[in-house]
Design a protein around this ligand. Sequence first.
Ligand code: MEV
Length: 434
Amino acid sequence: MKFYELSPQERRNFLEREGYITHNDARLLRLSPLLREYAADGMIENQVGIMGIPIGLLMGLKVNDKEYNVPMATEEPSVVAAACAGAKIARENGGVIAAIWPLRVIPADIVFQRVSAEQQEDFAAKVEDHYKDMVRVMQKAVPNLTHHNGGIEGVSCVPIHKGEFWKVRLWIWPGEAMGANIANRLSEAEAKYLEGLLGIKPLAAILSNAETETVTCGVDIDPKTLETKTESGLKVAKKIVELSRWSEMDDTRAVTHNKGIMNGVVACALANGSDTRAVEAAAHWYASTDGEYKPLSTWTFKQEGRKKILVGRLTMPMAIGKVGFSIKTLGTAELCQRILGAEDLWETQMAFGAVGLVQNLAALRSIATEGITQGHLKLRDYNLARAAGAQGKEIRQVAKRMMLNPKRTVRQAEIKLAEMREGEAFEDDEDENE
Ligand code: MEV
């Protein structure tokens, strides 16, 4: 039986049997939400409730020759199914190759106003001369920074708009933390020091979400693996390339193309306990760094002998953390990280980038073939079949019969299920969502 045909309890049993999670993990997942009221109250102001979001597993995502089961938290019904479909195609083609620079640096700014050209030169020289003192100030502000594999990479001075603003930019290694709190603490400490040094009061000291470090993921696809019942793989691949070109030329398409990527990335980031707004903000900033909003991924052809190969590439920042207060407080996030099984932050970032790429592939393939609505209706039929009480293979069979039915209701699914149970044999057909 396929993973999606099992009940949630059977899926947890499977994961436990296969050694992906412990018995205690399975129990914790069943008891979701893991967030206790006292912890929730300590996380935000005016807490009055706790909201549950389903966690699904993207099974068998192959990245750099390692297979992952990736927890994804999302309210959008088609996201996990699409990610599974995209990951299956990628797997059939050897998987995703990913790379990242293993020293994540985040920026934080101390900003001054109305600094004349002479002052800028003078200030920049003072900052350079006092670099060692600035490092000491930062080390005092966050003493354990270097112990946690974090640190300070450098300081630069940047004029903005002909000196209307002028900023001292700190480059910080937050180690495996997301780093926002660290960056803010460091920049605030430095602001006080610089006020004394330069004799001018800063306007603000704040991190920047413009993360310049990126993850790059690639997958090479034999078009044969994209074929559908009605269209050749090459035809589908050609349409994917055209869709990709369209998003490069039309920012209103690029934003939807990127939204599809973020469907996967944000679902992973949320399950991981990361700040999803930071992930989104950095990604969309990066998409527009050339002055025009662009797609985060591209799909092109390369020639291999007489064969065309579809080449998918994605580059984007991945502003997540692997340690930190929220991750610790949200027990589910730690559990999701255990299920993912990445050794460190960088492996996690590469896995999430790969999810973005396969999510994008699945969306473009759907648009290029049956259309998004058809896929959504299919999923709704599966849910109706489950709601009607269908089990295992019955789910697929009832869903298939629902497709021919203009009235898609639980009652109709119950009727179909009863008819089937009364004697019709099951056909064992194939489905893409494995
Ligand atoms: C839907 O959530 C995401 C898509 O619109 C992405 C896309 O159009 O590429 C399907």
